[in-house]
Design a protein around this ligand. Structure first.
Ligand code: SIN
Ligand code: MN
Length: 294
């Protein structure tokens, strides 16, 4: 796996950095951009406190690992906590998303992926757009996800793995899983989009094709770093073998003119936003001020 420093588009960005045209070009070529230390240690502390609160709060937006007790994800986080609301609207993320997508954006989906210490489960190889196309009728692959590292991401705690350039091939041949989900009883149909046994995964031969051609990278860095990736890039993550969590907050930005028809949406609002008004950014210091939950 090629993952030496400099082999993937890493930018050591000062905290006030905006995504430059060059970075947008890199993004178009590679399908992702990695911004190290975009948020300060103090800002990360605010977000980590929000993450702990979200994981501890009972809610239908919370998804468990197949053991039924370990929190895997919490969805709709930017609608339920002022600190995540500020992060989703933060100019360092929104400016990047606007520049990458070339227009106004809104938050299509938000989630916290906990990847718990000693066993937080994997995400198999998949592309995101196939879920949003098939489940929500998103018209085109014009969405970008910002993964904000809430914990340090290391080789052992399940970094997100990506195949550079794989977004260019559009939707790759995929397998569909419609079977029973072990450990999830009579859970609703949408659960199959969120658990370790994913509904749509890239077919083995197709994955081998792109991965052997382009390699695989696993951006790793301190908490506060941000990975922006295209909705058609092939990605996955392994289980967490380390004694530390790998919490990541993910905000998917969709271009306003690419919003699905809300009349056709059937999944819950915490999985697919109905509000496609252009996002209004908060002040750059909002996370220093956003101490309390909404
Ligand atoms: C995702 O595929 O959306 C997230 C993967 C991860 O959290 O490792
Ligand atoms: Mn994904």
């Amino acid at each position: 796996m090629g993952n030496e420093p400099g082999e993937h588009p890493t930018m050591r960005a000062p905290s006030s950095a905006r995504v430059s045209t060059t970075m947008a070009d890199v993004y178009q070529r590679e399908g992702f951009v990695f911004l190290e230390n975009l948020f300060s240690a103090g800002e990360v502390e605010t977000v980590r406190a929000a993450a702990l609160a979200a994981g501890a709060q009972e809610s239908e937006r919370r998804v468990f690992e197949s053991d039924g007790v370990t929190v895997r994800s919490v969805y709709g986080i930017h609608e339920h906590d002022g600190r995540f609301a500020a992060l989703a609207r933060h100019p360092r993320l929104v400016d990047a998303a606007r520049r990458i997508l070339g227009g106004d954006v809104y938050v299509y989906q938000s989630k916290l992926n906990a990847k718990a210490a000693l066993g937080g489960d994997l995400w198999p190889w998949h592309q995101d757009y196939i879920f949003w196309r098939n489940e929500d009728a998103m018209p085109a692959p014009r969405a970008v996800t910002a993964a904000v590292f809430v914990d340090d991401v290391t080789e052992l705690n399940g970094p997100i793995a990506l195949v550079p350039g794989s977004h260019k091939g559009g939707v790759l041949p995929y397998d569909t899983w419609n079977g029973e989900l072990a450990g999830y009883g009579t859970s609703p149909a949408w659960m199959a989009n969120l658990v370790a046994r994913l509904k749509y995964t890239i077919q083995r031969e197709a994955l081998l094709g792109v991965a052997l051609a382009h390699g695989v990278v696993t951006p790793k860095a301190k908490a506060g770093s941000v990975l922006l990736f295209d909705c058609n890039i092939a990605h996955a993550s392994a289980m967490n073998l380390s004694p530390y969590p790998r919490t990541v907050a993910l905000f998917t930005y969709n271009r306003v003119d690419n919003a699905p028809d809300i009349k056709a949406l059937h999944r819950p609002e915490f999985l697919v936003s109905r509000d496609s008004q252009p996002i209004e950014v908060v002040a750059d210091d909002a996370l220093r001020l956003a101490g309390a939950p909404a």
